[in-house]
Design a protein around this ligand. Structure first.
Ligand SMILES: Cc1cc2nc3c(=O)[nH]c(=O)nc-3n(C[C@H](O)[C@H](O)[C@H](O)COP(=O)(O)OP(=O)(O)OC[C@H]3O[C@@H](n4cnc5c(N)ncnc54)[C@H](O)[C@@H]3O)c2cc1C
Length: 553
């Protein structure tokens, strides 16, 4: 079943040799590189296609929105036209910078639902139940006020809880009036409920993979970080991954791995790199003239994402970001406050409170996430159309926590510099349509509660006339957007469509692991950054244990 990648025909290239070669310095890759190199026993090469851009908007929390309008630090991917979203091609940015998507993301810190990790374990991923992953979730984070039995207090990633703004506080109250319980720590004792959001920030600045894992590792002799280094394919000899061919500064280079190659290029690019390397569905690869190294039909399949939709409202009072960003004096106040105290709106995200809730009380667990966004815009997720409303406005966004619809990410060309073809396939499963409708109706129910109603002039989008399923689905089709959470394209498991085993080893290829959001079998009922860091920590632990230099566990 296994073969060999054809030799490089073009030019002779000198190869360097390391113990481990990691592709991708994102959330997972940063953690793996830092942990492997800190042991002092292994020489590690970390290849990152992006730069080490320290642009201010990549660091100030409120700048996350601004980053999406720019070209800096981003892979600007688009999906294929989405049939159930009016044929729109959805903008799917990913981080192209040290820290990967953790350097451009919204910084919301959500570790996932314990029950969903248990389902991973029960579906055949031994060692991935909540009790198994908890030590690694704790290892990642430094959350001072947390219950140490459940929360990490010494980890590299600093986590803080917001001070909710006035709208967030009203939303918090309104959720309870609508029957949603309050939770003091949704990452701790009680996942379900309305809670004040936590973010991975430190002293008012982003604290992602770069800041938390890579900056402290700078200067280690055991870690070499190459930026602007884009992996083109993995080298496989006699069924074993032995290195990576990459391009840097216009030059083709080779890095050989004595022990292992770890692919951590994210849910879009990890399957892409595997396919470029002959690891994927044999027939699909043949159609691009790529020789099969191992037939793994699951590569690039099982792609899941959260489809986010908002209902937006005009607010009775000028307490929204629309008012602050639209007024030069208030902007100056925000800037000054941030410079002097590192707090205020610039140190926060556009959302400060969320609810992990049941759209129907008869369900046995939460199925939707609802969150308050303190701004409103014509199309808040489409960078080309981001024009804030001229009135005080806010939105309440929602998505189905565990989408059933599955898309794919596959080669669109054998040229490694060309983007892959992404099919999100949003709402293909009728259960996702039903949950999305239920979520929108729950949003309206929350908005009708006295605590929030007092702040609402009118519903702006889609507007009160949109009551039927058809009208609401039309609203989703026009304004629904990614929550930026693609996962699952190199799914963990032991069946024929699984790509990696429970220790993240690629089936059928020795010396090769994939470790990033792509290995998640399903969504862990949450945002995906904290789980991606955890996956990186686990991968490093598997490797170090195998190499006989385990740190803890
Ligand atoms: C705009 C945005 C907002 C988000 N907001 C949140 C949020 O608020 N909370 C949350 O929990 N999650 C959020 N997410 C999702 C979360 O950030 C990601 O799920 C997580 O960072 C994924 O980590 P990863 O390690 O899988 O991949 P990434 O962090 O994406 O890392 C992949 C890395 O590999 C590099 N790479 C890719 N291909 C190659 C190649 N061929 N050669 C070399 N390098 C390569 C990339 O440049 C990148 O640095 C957001 C994501 C985005 C994009």
């Amino acid at each position: 079943m296994t073969g060999r990648t054809p030799p490089i025909a073009h030019e002779t290239v000198a190869a360097e040799t390391f113990d481990y070669v990691i592709v991708g310095a994102g959330s997972a890759g940063s953690a793996i590189a830092a942990r492997l190199s800190e042991s002092g026993r292994h020489r590690v090469l970390l290849l990152e296609a992006g730069t080490d851009d320290r642009w201010i908007w990549l660091r100030v929390p409120l700048g996350a929105g601004r980053v999406l309008l720019s070209e800096r630090g981003l892979w600007r991917f688009f999906t294929q036209p989405e049939p159930r979203l009016a044929g729109r091609r959805m903008f799917w940015p990913r981080g192209r910078v040290l820290g990967g998507s953790s350097t451009i993301n919204g910084m919301l810190w959500v570790r996932g639902e314990p029950a969903e990790y248990d389902r991973w374990r029960d579906a055949g991923c031994a060692g991935w139940g909540y009790d198994d992953v908890l030590p690694f979730l704790k290892r990642v984070e430094r959350y001072a006020p947390g219950d140490p039995a459940r929360r990490g207090t010494q980890g590299p990633v600093n986590v803080v809880q917001f001070e909710p703004d006035e709208l967030g506080a009203a939303f918090h109250h309104a959720c309870q009036q609508a029957g949603i319980p309050a939770t003091a720590d949704y990452n701790g004792a009680q996942y379900e409920g309305v809670g004040i959001l936590q973010t991975n920030t430190r002293r008012g600045l982003r604290h992602g993979g770069r800041e938390a894992y890579l900056d402290p590792a700078r200067g280690r002799e055991t870690l070499v970080v190459r930026i602007g280094a884009r992996a083109h394919r993995l080298l496989v000899e006699n069924g074993r991954a032995v290195g990576v061919e990459y391009r840097q500064g216009g030059q083709r280079r080779l890095a050989r791995a004595r022990n292992e190659v770890i692919v951590a290029a994210g849910a879009v690019q990890s399957p892409h790199l595997l396919e470029l390397s002959g690891i994927g569905d044999r027939e699909r690869l043949a159609s691009f003239g790529i020789a099969s190294v191992v037939h793994l039909p699951g590569v690039g399949e099982n792609c899941r994402d959260h489809l986010h939709t908002r209902i937006s409202y005009e607010c009775t009072r000028p307490i929204t970001l629309n008012d602050m960003l639209g007024n030069p004096l208030r902007q100056a106040w925000m800037g000054l406050r941030y410079l002097l105290r590192r707090d205020g709106p610039m140190a926060a995200c556009t959302t400060t409170v969320h609810a992990l809730a049941r759209s129907d009380p008869s369900l046995d667990r939460p199925d939707v996430k609802i969150q308050m966004h303190i701004l409103s815009a014509e199309d808040p997720r489409d960078p080309k159309r981001l024009v804030l409303d001229r009135f005080p406005g806010f939105g309440i966004g929602c998505f189905a926590l565990r989408p059933r619809s599955r898309g794919s990410v596959h080669l669109a060309s054998a040229d490694p510099e060309q983007p892959p073809a992404i099919v999100a396939n949003y709402l293909a499963d009728p259960r996702d349509r039903a949950t999305s409708l239920a979520a929108l109706r729950l949003v309206r129910r929350i908005a009708e509660q006295p605590a929030l109603k007092a702040l609402i002039v009118r519903e702006v989008r889609p507007g009160p006339a949109a009551q039927s399923d058809e009208a609401l689905l039309d609203h989703i089709a026009r304004l629904g957007a990614t929550s930026y959470h693609p996962v699952g394209t190199c799914r963990m498991g032991s069946d024929a469509m699984a790509v990696v085993d429970h220790e993240l080893r690629v089936h059928g290829v020795a010396g090769l692991r994939v470790a990033d959001a792509s290995i998640m079998p399903t969504m862990v009922s949450s945002n995906t950054n904290a789980p991606s860091f955890m996956i990186g920590e686990r991968c490093a632990d598997f490797i170090l244990r195998e190499a006989g230099s385990n740190r803890t566990s």
